[in-house]
Design a binder for this molecule. Structure first.
Ligand SMILES: [Ca+2]
Ligand SMILES: [Ca+2]
Length: 159
């Protein structure tokens, strides 16, 4: 059973063999693993409406168009758009998606800035990003981060 958990990427035929011929505990472990993988896959897709592996402004645009009556969603897209999982796709899902996607963008920008700073100064900034910004101010935070990055790049060129 332990062996199973440390084999990464077991091929599907091997997996099938384990499921068919393995001991009870092996079967059990394999089914549990399949369950977990499936859940993780579903969780990843929530909010990723165009299914490109990222949750970003493109997904926001798709949902905005749908809510504005400009376009339709496929069944799969509809599932991924129902973020609060109440069975309908509406403004509440948009709010959740918007908040999630823009926060992610800000976090990425902060991380970019930290990396840039580390590479310029040779000092690593430990810790991770903690955001304490409300949705109303998040756009201004994004542009401030962009200017800070631009400034760092300019300073680096000068010295
Ligand atoms: Ca996407
Ligand atoms: Ca919903």
């Amino acid at each position: 059973m332990f062996l199973l958990t440390i084999i990464p990427d077991i091929s599907s035929s091997e997996r099938l063999k384990k499921l068919q011929e393995g001991s009870i505990s092996e079967k059990h472990a394999e089914v549990e693993k399949l369950d977990k993988e499936l859940l993780a896959k579903q969780a990843r897709k929530k909010g990723d409406i165009n299914d490109d592996g990222k949750i970003d402004h493109e997904d926001i645009e798709i949902l905005k168009d749908y809510l504005g009556g400009k376009s339709e969603l496929t069944e799969e897209q509809r599932k991924n758009s129902d973020l609060n999982q109440d069975g309908v796709v509406d403004e509440r899902d948009f709010k959740i998606l918007y908040s999630f996607a823009t926060r992610r963008e800000v976090e990425d920008k902060v991380r970019d800035l930290q990396d840039l700073y580390s590479s310029l100064s040779g000092q690593h900034i430990p810790g991770h990003v903690v955001l304490n910004v409300d949705n109303e101010n998040i756009e201004s935070v994004k542009s401030e981060l962009d200017s800070a990055k631009a400034l760092l790049v300019i300073l680096n060129k000068r010295f």
